[in-house]
Design a protein around this ligand. Structure first.
Ligand SMILES: CC(C)(COP(=O)(O)OP(=O)(O)OC[C@H]1O[C@@H](n2cnc3c(N)ncnc32)[C@H](O)[C@@H]1OP(=O)(O)O)[C@@H](O)C(=O)NCCC(=O)NCCS
Length: 215
């Protein structure tokens, strides 16, 4: 497994932006052109350029040869190789990606001082919510974002999007804060999780079928 992170704080030069746009496929270009917000445009563009550069480097193919296919919930996959799996996420100043030889999911969220209790009550399963409430007050916001990104990373690894109800599985922390999952639906396989903090204002979670995380 490899994880990549691109900080997009520096503004993208207009010429480079146009050059990058010319390197992606028509449908992604149309999606980017529809965004009103320039940060959305840049995050989505950089994410695709990141994936393309990794594919070209790892598989020794040309950018023009890259072909994506999508599952019915929109998860992209490389048509050129069955063994190459990737997933990307973007939020605020960061675009991140994970690649592996089996399905993976990644999520990044900017940590904002939101009223997380109501959101947790609405979206988290009861055991997750109760566990969150039991944490120290000064750590609750961080654990809210850990749960949020971990749930997203699982949904993104599975590729189901929100067709998988958020209350159909729970992310559990044991007393040592090791992470596991309890799921109601067709998931006999073990899943492994890890969170990363590359920036104190962001939370990252990765979900994999193997415990092969970089430390
Ligand atoms: C699309 C979704 C998979 C993730 O969306 P998101 O968190 O807004 O976006 P991220 O930046 O993390 O990921 C976007 C990337 O995921 C990938 N993606 C799209 N559909 C996907 C799917 N079904 N499965 C996995 N990855 C997917 C794409 O590469 C996309 O990149 P692009 O937008 O540049 O084309 C979807 O699950 C979603 O809308 N989630 C938000 C729902 C929510 O409220 N979660 C609460 C958790 S407690």
């Amino acid at each position: 497994m490899n994880i990549y992170a691109v900080n997009i704080t520096n503004k993208l030069d207009a010429d480079l932006y146009e050059e990058f746009l010319s390197l992606i496929d028509d449908s992604k270009r149309a999606k980017i052109n529809k965004f009103k917000n320039s940060d959305d445009k840049i995050r989505t563009l950089i994410a695709d350029i990141l994936v393309r550069s990794i594919i070209c480097n790892k598989l020794k193919i040309f950018n023009e040869e890259i072909e994506y296919e999508y599952n019915s919930y929109g998860k992209p996959k490389l048509k050129n190789s069955k063994e190459f799996h990737f997933n990307i996420s973007h939020s605020g100043d960061w675009v991140i990606g994970v690649v592996d030889n089996q399905p993976v999911g990644i999520d990044i969220e900017k940590i904002s001082p939101i009223e997380y209790i109501d959101i947790a009550k609405k979206f988290f399963k009861e055991d997750e919510y109760n566990w969150l409430l039991a944490q120290k007050d000064r750590e609750k916001l961080e654990y809210f974002y850990k749960l949020w990104t971990l749930k997203e990373s699982y949904i993104k690894m599975m590729g189901t999007g929100l067709s998988m109800p958020l209350d159909s599985f729970s992310i559990l922390f044991d007393t040592e804060y090791n992470i596991s999952i309890k799921s109601n639906i067709g998931s006999e396989r073990e899943r492994y999780f890890k969170t990363y903090a590359i920036d104190k204002n962001y939370m990252i979670a990765v979900c994999s079928e193997k415990d092969n995380f970089i430390p």
